[in-house]
Design a protein around this ligand. Structure first.
Ligand code: ADP
Ligand code: ZN
Ligand code: ZN
Length: 804
């Protein structure tokens, strides 16, 4: 009986969001399994695209099905579990199945399409010469701008030229050439006695293989370290002295590093209680969700490590998610030391090839522990015994483009599937998670003390910048902070300074007319970058040179406003000329590996002060740091986002945790213009529970999460009026479908109303129980497909993390 495959094709539209059926040609029956990617014809003409096989069935009758053209994988790249997860993700995030499937795989596995123009019949000589250049086919990209397009179109209708599509994947396996000899020593000696004296290379090669009889040698090594030429190796292979093979190799980003094995620490009582609860759940195959609330330095990571050990002892596997930004060499080292080669690491600092190789290691069951950022939640592990999410409050766990999934929700889904627990950890849990623990949906575990005997919480003081201003301090550094910094320099201790960049940037203004240089594409001022000497837009990437004079009034009195890290660095260097300062921000960490290098330098005490943005707040563990200064604690407090207090509290608690990790007492100074704000005073004492209760009250009054769910709808178009009109239509439709208890905010233009030359309008719905919501949102998504041609785009974001 003929077999057919159900295929999800790479066309992200609503109409194509269901499987299409294709005939499986006889010679492919063996190769095609559920979960492999295939190359299939699609639509009219001979367009070819990639698709995922999601089902196979035998059919008596097949009416005119197109056959699959090629198989792109040797093994399935998504297993049954991940296929189901993709379905779930598509449904809950209002996105397309194909986008979800592609999101699960390393980016090198995304297909690229190529289009070729082929000459198949009689074509006029000028086309032959100008377009085909005497060749049989040309890359479409190279000819699409020639003036012959309409002529080519006509020739295609006449059947003289055709278009050929090609689907390729870039996931290349890296190989290396190895050689060895199968001849006995005596034979080699015999050969050697018959060759010319002056064939030096051959003698050298034979000497080598006579003395090193056994084993494989990489050609590269022989050339680089044993002074043999590629030519002589090639000849030796041709003469049958050596046999050559290709060996697959992994690009291991950690291959040159030796990790010293370390052993489990003896846990304190609180840690033990937490570990026991999790281990029991692992052994009993329970899909519990635990919330481990532990102050910074309380030994959460040690609990994670020991829980994973327990999982491995039971022959199962584990995923450990950490925020991208805290996936520092220090974190990786801790895992590599405990679990060695069992660990695969996935993060954005790896090259595409390295990522693909780590992924294959997981897929082939050579790694049992996966440590990685958000997308590691898709790690193709089987038999999962535990999923851990560290710093579970981090917003980076939610992807801010389609599919807008939250790694926490998917982790819990996988926990259900594998009947295994999920462990969420944080010093400052999200209010959503903490509230779930309150209601016993999650089980709360707490660590209240710092784990290391001699590490105690640092003393935190707040510096009132309003008072400083009254005393005539106009710069970025208060008198107390400068005093402390000077003292650290004298004692040869290190300091960390953080500039809170959220909601804030350095721009350029004309002092005569007040003109601020805007981005031509977006409603935002351009940011000054001293290292590239240019003005840049942080949203669309637009870049232009720094103006010498005002483009409006020609005045030369141009001033830079705001305090970028570069400006702060200059200011600080003037105040403390002898201090060695390291700056860490988006500009100094753009190059691969530079983040690690800066941290290593600071760890090796090559600098006195580490000055940086948010990215320094996490994961650093330097014993010699005894002072942490926060230059501007409150910039984020003024953002029109109901989570701005929560974010400020989290950030301040995190940075404070950086001081006094070793045996020296730490001090934290927080500069602020809002010294009485509860987010700041409670962070000072690391009073998470008090903050939680205070904030919950406000959320209840304001009808915000976790009391209400939220969904944000955004419509965009190049013309403002079109975006506004559509948004109003949608809002009306929602209103009529929901109960009077649902609260609809908007439609309003987004605060960043224009981005990349498009206008954005939004509506936010707050609700508790709405039976019809899913249905109406699906309808809106379906209908929006009709408007795609007119340039309208609609997106739906469940539980948006950035509210403004
Ligand atoms: P967290 O992840 O909560 O910030 P860590 O696990 O990084 O905490 O622990 C902070 C420090 O305390 C680390 O240096 C760690 O080695 C140490 N530590 C953790 N648990 C113990 C323990 N039971 N006994 C002694 N030291 C510990
Ligand atoms: Zn001007
Ligand atoms: Zn822009």
């Amino acid at each position: 009986m003929p077999k057919i495959a159900h295929v999800i094709v790479d066309v992200p539209t609503m109409q194509t969001d269901q499987p299409f059926t294709y005939l499986i040609p006889n010679d492919m029956e063996e190769a095609i399994e559920v979960g492999v990617r295939v190359d299939v014809p699609f639509g009219n003409g001979n367009r070819r695209i990639q698709g995922f096989v999601v089902d196979i069935e035998s059919k008596q009758e097949i009416d005119n099905l197109k056959p699959i053209k090629a198989v792109l994988d040797l093994h399935p790249v998504v297993n049954d579990e991940l296929l189901l997860l993709a379905e779930e993700m598509a449904k809950t995030t209002f996105s397309f199945k194909i986008t979800c499937l592609q999101t699960m795989l390393p980016s090198v596995m995304r297909s690229t399409y190529k289009k070729w123009l082929v000459s198949v019949g009689d074509i006029p000589p000028h086309i032959e010469e100008e377009v085909f250049l005497g060749l049989a086919e040309r890359d479409w990209e190279e000819i699409k701008d020639t003036p012959y397009l309409s002529e080519l179109h006509r020739l295609r209708q006449e059947g003289a030229v055709d278009v050929r599509y090609e689907v390729t994947t870039k996931n290349k396996v890296k190989t290396m050439k190895v050689v060895q000899t199968n001849l006995p020593k005596e034979t080699l000696q015999d050969i050697q006695s018959h060759i010319r004296k002056n064939a030096h290379q051959k003698h050298k090669l034979l000497d080598f293989f006579i003395s090193e009889q056994t084993g494989e040698f990489s050609v590269k090594e022989l050339v680089e370290h044993h002074d043999l030429s590629r030519q002589v190796i090639k000849e030796a292979v041709e003469l049958g002295w050596l046999v050559q093979e290709e060996r697959e190799v992994y690009r291991d980003p950690y291959k040159d590093r030796l990790f010293q094995q370390d052993d489990a620490l003896v846990l304190n009582e609180e840690q033990q209680v937490a570990l026991d609860a999790v281990s029991q759940s692992v052994s009993a195959h329970q899909n519990d969700v635990f919330l481990l609330e532990g102050i910074t330095g309380s030994g959460k990571t040690e609990v994670y490590l020991q829980a994973i050990s327990h999982v491995l002892e039971e022959g199962k596997t584990a995923i450990m998610l950490v925020p991208e930004i805290s996936l520092t060499p220090q974190t990786v080292t801790r895992f590599k030391r405990r679990f060695g080669d069992k660990v695969a690491v996935l993060h954005s600092g790896l090259s595409q090839g390295e990522k693909y190789d780590e992924w294959r290691k997981i897929e082939r069951k050579e790694a049992q522990v996966v440590v990685g950022a958000r997308s590691a939640v898709f790690a193709p592990l089987e038999n999962i015994g535990l999923i851990i999410i560290d710093e579970e409050h981090e917003t980076s766990y939610k992807q801010d483009e389609s599919p807008r999934y939250h790694a926490r929700n998917l982790a819990i889904w996988r926990g259900d599937y594998h009947k295994c627990p999920v462990l969420l950890g944080s010093a400052t849990p999200s209010l959503e998670s903490r509230a779930r623990a309150q209601k016993n949906v999650y089980q709360l575990l707490t660590l209240t003390k710092r784990a290391s005997d001699n590490a105690i919480l640092p003393t935190v003081s707040i510096v009132d910048m309003r008072a400083e201003l009254k005393q005539g301090v106009t710069g970025s550094f208060s008198t107390p902070l400068l005093h402390e910094l000077t003292e650290r320099l004298e004692k040869k201790e290190q300091s960390v300074l953080m500039l809170n960049r959220r909601g804030y940037s350095s721009f350029m203004m004309c002092r005569d007319c007040g003109y601020v240089l805007p981005c031509p594409n977006c409603d935002i001022s351009l940011t000054l970058h001293m290292d590239t000497k240019s003005m840049k837009c942080h949203y669309c990437g637009h870049e232009e040179s720094i103006p010498q004079c005002c483009p409006i009034c020609d005045s030369k009195k141009i001033r830079y406003y705001g305090t970028g890290t570069q400006k702060i660095e200059e200011e600080l260097q003037q105040l403390l000329p002898e201090a060695k300062i390291l700056r860490m921000d988006v500009d100094t960490t753009r190059k691969k590996g530079s983040h690690e290098r800066l941290l290593q330098q600071f760890g090796a005490q090559e600098a006195d002060i580490l000055l940086g943005t948010q990215m320094i707040a996490k994961g650093l563990d330097f014993p010699n740091v005894t002072l942490v200064g926060v230059l501007n604690a409150d910039t984020a407090l003024n953002l029109p986002d109901f989570r701005s207090s929560e974010r400020t509290f989290q950030l301040l608690t995190q940075v404070s945790g950086r001081a006094g990790r070793g045996d020296k007492l730490g001090k934290v100074l927080i500069q602020t213009f809002n010294p009485e704000h509860y987010a700041i005073t409670l962070a000072k004492n690391q009073h998470y529970e008090a903050f939680y209760h205070h904030e919950m009250n406000l959320r209840r009054q304001g009808k915000y999460p976790p009391y209400y769910y939220t969904v944000q709808l955004v419509v965009s178009h190049e013309e403002e009026i079109q975006a506004a009109k559509k948004m109003h239509e949608i809002a009306k439709k929602i209103q009529s479908a929901l109960s009077p208890q649902a609260i609809i905010l908007g439609p309003t233009p987004k605060p960043m109303a224009r981005m990349n030359r498009r206008y954005f309008y939004q509506t936010v719905v707050k609700y508790r129980f709405e039976e019809n919501l899913n249905q109406v949102l699906q309808e809106i998504l379906q209908e929006s497909q009709k408007d795609i041609r007119s340039g309208l785009r609609v997106s739906i974001d469940m539980e948006p993390q950035h509210f403004i």
